[in-house]
Design a protein around this ligand. Structure first.
Ligand code: AMP
Length: 209
């Protein structure tokens, strides 16, 4: 069974997806990571994507769907979808064009906006290892350096406060209808994402059994 993680930026989807991937052998696919990879190639498409990401807007459905389906190997693996779907249209495209009958469960990471704003502003990421740090609650052992890979930590441009506020506006516009969509098909598990990372993980594992 596949897992779809929905919730505000900074609600812990990426952190929990990495834990589940390591401990329960899922594949983790993040549309944000795929888009950033495209940006890093410096292609024309990458430049367009960068402008949208840096302003906190969504990338168009067609581009996201193409990148996403090109990187999925359905059939052999169970996936955690992180950051997709993000609009009602993407929910429908996922059911109609990608999953087409595959079993999945949706996990909704519920958390208030002030808390995620604080988390994101203090978030630092290590792109190669995939580890996500919080300067206050989960800092690296050595300032600015990933404990696992030794690479320098990055403060994403779109994790700066004004962009985050825009990302939260965008999120607010679509989350109600996405939750409604999955609530109707009884595939939704709600998790209190304001708790510690350990507690969220424990609740998640309990909810999946
Ligand atoms: P994330 O890493 O999930 O926070 O995503 C970073 C940015 O990538 C978002 O603010 C969007 O600009 C873009 N993005 C990621 N996933 C999607 C998606 N499913 N649809 C549209 N844009 C996306």
């Amino acid at each position: 069974m596949h897992l779809i993680f929905i919730g505000a930026p900074g609600s812990g989807k990426g952190t929990q997806a990495e834990k589940i991937r390591k401990n329960l052998s899922y594949e983790h696919i993040s549309t944000g990571d795929l888009l950033r990879l495209e940006v890093s190639k410096g292609s024309e498409l990458g430049l367009k994507i960068k402008t949208l990401i840096d302003s906190g807007s969504l990338v168009d459905d067609h581009t996201v769907l193409e990148l996403f389906s090109n990187n999925l190997r359905l059939g052999s693996k169970n996936y955690i979808l992180d950051g997709f779907p993000r609009t009602l249209n993407q929910c429908k495209m996922l059911d109609e064009k990608i999953f087409v009958g595959s079993k999945y469960k949706t996990i909704y990471f519920e958390i208030d906006e002030e808390r995620v704003l604080n988390r994101i502003i203090n978030r630092r990421v290590a792109p190669k290892s995939g580890k996500i740090y919080n300067l206050i609650t989960d800092p690296p052992e050595v300032d600015g350096v990933c404990d696992i890979s030794g690479e320098p930590l990055i403060h994403r441009d779109d994790d700066k406060e004004e962009v985050v506020r825009n990302r939260l506006d965008v999120y607010r516009k679509s989350i109600v209808e996405i939750v409604d969509y999955y609530d109707k098909s009884s595939k939704l598990l709600r998790i209190d994402a304001s708790l510690s990372s350990e507690k969220v993980y424990a609740d998640l594992v309990k909810g999946l059994n």
